[in-house]
Design a protein around this ligand. Structure first.
Ligand SMILES: *Cc1c(COP(=O)(O)O)cnc(C)c1O
Length: 381
């Protein structure tokens, strides 16, 4: 992954000038900072950033510049990077399963907030982490719909187990908190409603007053044609329901968006290598590269086809099967993508809202994946 020092006006200028044969992610720091300020202004609590969604150092630096002071980290490498770029930021180690080497590393780096979803991992923390001033946040799950991808399939205790873990963490002298993740790209605000009310029940059942409630990531970014998701409505719901559910025992709130913060700050520029017999579209990037997420959570329909001269193809769209460049038959975008009929080989297909889980999971499988990141003043075209 290369990094250009040029700052482009917009993605169309990148296409016209570079006509890149490799995939290019175009990053607009102004968009990222504006989204960060929207969270900081609107969310009724502490905003942290889930580093895994896009660990590009330019992203971290711009979030810090916008005023972000906390990060959700999942590994020693992420801890080390954030300590280097933002030495005083709060680190929330919210991967609930860790090796002993990882726990020791994080203790040495001053991590004070840890999530947990099982007895065995809680016992490891009690044994290895000095309790004074440290917070243990019990991660619980609910069988709720609303998100594009079920996060409860891997992590999260049932409400019953969560109450046991919470009282055990409190008894061991840790600051007791609760956390959940409603699932990524969660477009149904009622998921937060259900989770927050369950959190209050868990705390009551455990007989513990929790210090903080972390309402996770899951905030959606703008992936579908139509209005952008109304983040402020989700913030308002979280604020209201927390008050209703907890009453006088209202905890401080934390959120840890990845996608919702970074998603709309990048567009992804791919090129049409071939229109096989006028039918199938072969792009220079696919599910082993920057488009890895699409089979997991669905296509983005905020797309455009643009000629090498920078002309946006405008004829009526027709559905096409779209393949990535590798020789693997799973390297295909889900379903069909509506692309303009006047589109040609050598044109560029631009996907908007591609800042999260794109560069982070890019591979070099089959010799492809030469992904470049460039910076632009604007993503509009
Ligand atoms: C991945 C992850 C996030 C970020 O999720 P998004 O859906 O990208 O907002 C937040 N918290 C935890 C614990 C995660 O694993």
């Amino acid at each position: 992954m290369g990094l250009s020092k040029t700052i482009w006006a917009n993605p169309v200028e990148v296409i016209r000038t570079k006509q890149p044969d490799h995939p290019v992610l175009v990053f607009a720091p102004t968009v990222l900072q504006a989204t960060a300020r929207r969270f900081l202004r609107g969310f009724p609590g502490l905003v942290t950033y889930a580093v895994k969604s896009n660990p590009d150092e330019m992203v971290i630096e711009n979030l810090v510049a916008a005023g972000l002071r906390g990060f959700d980290v999942a590994s020693p490498a992420e801890i080390e990077m954030i300590r280097r770029i933002a030495p005083n930021a709060a680190l929330h180690y919210h991967n609930p399963v860790r090796g002993r080497d990882e726990i020791a590393f994080a203790v040495a780096k001053g991590v004070k907030t840890w999530s947990v979803d099982s007895i065995s991992e809680l016992d490891k923390l009690i044994e290895m982490v000095p309790a004074a001033g440290c917070e243990i946040s019990v991660r619980f799950k609910l069988p709720v719909a609303g998100a594009a991808y079920n996060f409860g399939a891997k992590f999260g205790a049932t409400a019953e187990l969560a109450a046991v873990l919470l009282s055990r963490a409190a008894a061991a002298g840790f600051i007791p908190s609760l956390t959940f993740h409603p699932g990524t790209q969660c477009t149904d605000p009622m998921a937060w409603d259900a989770y927050i009310r369950t959190a209050a029940e868990i705390a009551r059942n455990a007989g513990v007053e929790i210090a903080r409630l972390n309402v996770g990531g899951g905030f959606p970014n703008h992936r579908s044609v139509g209005p952008a998701p109304a983040l402020e409505e989700i913030f308002a719901l979280i604020d209201r329901v927390t008050g209703e559910a907890f009453g006088a025992a209202r905890p401080a709130l934390v959120c840890e968006p990845g996608r919702g913060l970074v998603g709309d700050a990048f567009v992804h520029v791919t090129r049409i290598k071939a229109l096989r017999d006028g039918e199938h579209v072969f792009l220079n990037d696919g599910v082993y590269g920057g488009l890895a997420e699409l089979p997991l959570i669905g296509n983005i329909d905020r797309i455009a086809a643009i000629s090498p001269e920078g002309v946006i193809r405008s004829q009526e769209a027709r559905p096409r099967i779209v393949f990535g460049p590798t020789c693997d038959s799973v390297d295909r975008l889900p379903g069909e993508l509506g692309l303009p009929t006047d589109m040609e080989e050598g044109d560029f297909v631009v996907f908007k809202g591609m800042g999260a889980y794109s560069s982070a999971t890019n591979t070099r499988f089959n010799g492809f994946g030469q992904l470049e990141v460039v910076t632009a003043l604007s993503l509009d075209f």
